[in-house]
Design a binder for this molecule. Structure first.
Ligand code: ZN
Ligand code: ZN
Length: 101
């Protein structure tokens, strides 16, 4: 069979065809909001705590990132992207206020 059933990462009792796993995961996602997706494989779902260890040993990692150069995955998971407006402020004007546009 080229479309084997696999276990849902949220609930192993859920058996879904591999090709449908990603779509199934979306349904289970809202039930388990604490679970986050593995940066290397969207079908890997773990709690933030478990993900820290999983990303180090993810079986999908080497196939995507064969080079010893860890992507900024953990950081992007735990911290939202914030644009540092300060970087765009002129350093010559210390009294410049961010909200005073
Ligand atoms: Zn499920
Ligand atoms: Zn993974």
């Amino acid at each position: 069979m080229d479309d084997p059933f696999v276990s849902c990462p949220y609930n192993p009792i859920h058996r879904v065809p591999r090709s449908r796993l990603q779509r199934h995961i979306v349904k289970c996602e809202w039930i388990n909001p604490t679970m986050i997706a593995c940066p290397y494989n969207a079908t890997h779902r773990y709690t933030q705590e478990d993900m820290k260890f999983h990303v180090l040993n993810c079986p999908s990692k080497t196939s995507i990132f064969p080079i010893e150069k860890p992507p900024k995955t953990v950081a992007s998971i735990t911290t939202p992207k914030i644009i540092l407006q300060k970087e765009y402020l002129p350093e010559t004007d210390p009294n410049h206020e961010i909200w005073d546009d």
